[in-house]
Design a protein around this ligand. Structure first.
Ligand code: ADP
Ligand code: MG
Length: 367
């Protein structure tokens, strides 16, 4: 039962509170990703779990044990950082074995562990090399090897891939995922990269200004963002936001803006919001494009079309703000040439209260 439980976890540096009472239950074997913009408190939260940072207030339990006062080395967690500090004078095998030697693990066991972990990480041929003779990806694997041999209850990762180039990052991301499938160790992973969060996580925790905005599976957060912050943070390109007012129509609630009308879903919360200002969240992927002179569409000013092969990104503007459409190219090249507007099905429009930024209740998109 090696879960991690955060209860009202708070961090203040002097008078300045930077993490404001986080509640989170990480289940055994779960891979949870904390994601959010730089400075939102991800590393501080992770470091409090690791014991590298004192907890100002709240309770932390690992594997059912209250560990607020427990020293880092006795928490049974292993951390992998962005700046993996390998010992330059030790070879790969000795770097991996370092933590075991400190713990006075018997020599034979160290050898078999290093061999096994080296094999898992594809480092078998490199065990005799020094860090200076390894690529960035191999070094990062050694750093992970050091964490794995300790057989911790929990892995903590703080932006471990940030120093790698794009190609290597994608490759290592898949390796971390495979490793988690194989070892099944409870993992908490911090990143500012929403693509990493979407691809790695069983559940994503979106943080902002020292608070949790939303917790859920990647698809649930993508389809049902609780507020405009999450809507704008997850997805690439991000969700388009359009200011509108809800009016009553014969066929249910209508969103009205700049003389345009878009039918909304017939939900009680939207019907009750007639007369209020809202923000429409429109995913670039959820719209259908329309050629010139087709009626009933919202016109946009197309600025640039990027053709990516099977898909195209249409950069346009609406209400003077960027509006992006992502669409398939197959069978649509003629439309793309003369695109002048879009349409979207009512249930695919996400409606947020303009004053609070929160999604109006009852809107659920199933996967
Ligand atoms: N030792 C410190 N003293 C004072 N403020 C700090 C310290 N460490 C971090 N902070 C502040 O705490 C906030 C959260 O930082 P951090 O957890 O590193 O964010 P993230 O990892 O999400 O980028 C930031 O505003 C940062 O400036
Ligand atoms: Mg950080």
């Amino acid at each position: 039962m090696s879960g991690v439980s955060l209860n009202g976890i708070t961090k203040a540096y002097g008078q300045l509170e930077v993490v404001h009472g986080i509640d989170l239950e990480v289940q055994e074997k779960e891979f949870v990703v904390l994601v959010g913009p730089s400075g939102c408190g991800k590393s501080t939260t992770l470091r409090m779990i690791a014991g590298l940072e004192e907890i100002t207030d709240g309770d932390l339990s690992i594997d059912g044990r209250y560990v607020n006062q427990v020293a880092p080395k006795d928490r049974d967690v292993a951390m992998v950082f962005q700046n993996y500090a390998l010992y330059p004078h030790l070879n790969v095998a000795d770097n991996i074995a370092f933590g075991l030697r400190i713990r006075r693990t018997p020599k034979a066991e160290i050898e078999s562990q290093v061999k096994e972990v080296g094999g898992i990480l594809g480092l078998t041929e490199y065990l005799e090399r020094r860090p200076a003779d390894l690529s960035g990806g191999q070094r990062q694997r050694v750093a992970m090897g050091r964490a794995i041999v300790r057989q911790p209850k929990v892995f903590l990762f703080d932006e471990p891939l940030s120093n790698l180039d794009a190609k290597l990052r994608t490759q290592m991301r898949a390796e971390i995922k495979r490793l988690h499938k194989r070892l099944g160790v409870t993992s908490i992973y911090v990143t500012h990269d929403q693509v990493e969060a979407m691809t790695l996580a069983d559940r994503i925790v979106v943080m902002h200004d020292g608070r949790i905005e939303q917790v859920g599976t990647p698809m649930d957060l993508f389809l049902n963002p609780a507020n405009t912050f999450v809507a704008g943070f997850l997805g690439s390109p991000p969700m388009n936001m359009v200011d509108a007012k809800i009016v009553a129509g014969e066929t249910g609630p209508i969103a009205e803006f700049d003389g345009n009308r878009l039918q909304l879903a017939k939900l009680p919360s939207l019907e009750n919001a007639v007369g209020t200002e809202v923000i429409l969240g429109i995913r670039p992927e959820f719209v259908t494009v329309a050629a010139k002179d087709e009626g009933g569409n919202v016109p946009v000013d197309v600025d640039l079309i990027e053709t990516l092969g099977s898909e195209a990104l249409i950069h346009a503007s609406l209400q003077g703000a960027p509006f992006v459409i992502r669409t398939e190219t197959v069978g649509q090249m003629d439309i793309l040439d003369g695109i002048s507007g879009f349409n979207i099905e009512p249930h695919l429009i996400r409606v947020f209260d303009k004053a609070t930024g929160q999604a109006l209740p009852g809107q659920v998109l199933e996967q």
